[in-house]
Design a protein around this ligand. Structure first.
Ligand SMILES: [Zn+2]
Length: 125
């Protein structure tokens, strides 16, 4: 019984460890290369060690990847390999940029509205 509990705790910290290393590796991959977007749901992520090699990440309701790490350790457990994490980080960064652009655009729109408002005030006698 005790052994069972211990191994559960070990599994948990292993999972945390794997998850953290995957995230760190995903960041390393993103620093050196950008994932390719084949279509809305399909991405190619270059391998960390062999840039000629690419893994295909697909997104249909949930992510999946065709690498061994995903097949053996992540699939069916709700875990993501580093390639999937690359795509997630990439999307996050992209969203951030899009939100920034949206905010910039709305500021511009507000400014031009103010301008026309002032013009109208000046024109009315
Ligand atoms: Zn993968």
């Amino acid at each position: 019984m005790n052994h069972q509990i211990n191994s559960n705790i070990e599994n948990k910290s292993n999972l945390k460890y794997f998850s953290e290393t995957r995230e760190a590796r995903a960041k390393q991959i993103l620093e050196h290369s950008k994932p390719e977007c084949l279509d809305e749901n399909t991405f190619l992520v270059p391998s960390q060690f062999d840039s000629n090699k690419k893994y295909q990440v697909t997104y249909f309701d949930s992510y999946s990847c065709n690498c061994k790490d995903f097949e053996l350790r992540c699939k069916g457990k709700g875990l993501y390999c580093k390639h999937i994490k690359v795509i997630q980080l990439f999307q996050k960064l992209k969203n951030k940029l899009e939100i920034q652009n949206m905010l910039l655009n709305s500021i511009k729109i507000n400014n031009s509205r103010n301008l026309t408002g002032e013009e109208n005030l000046i024109k009315t006698p």
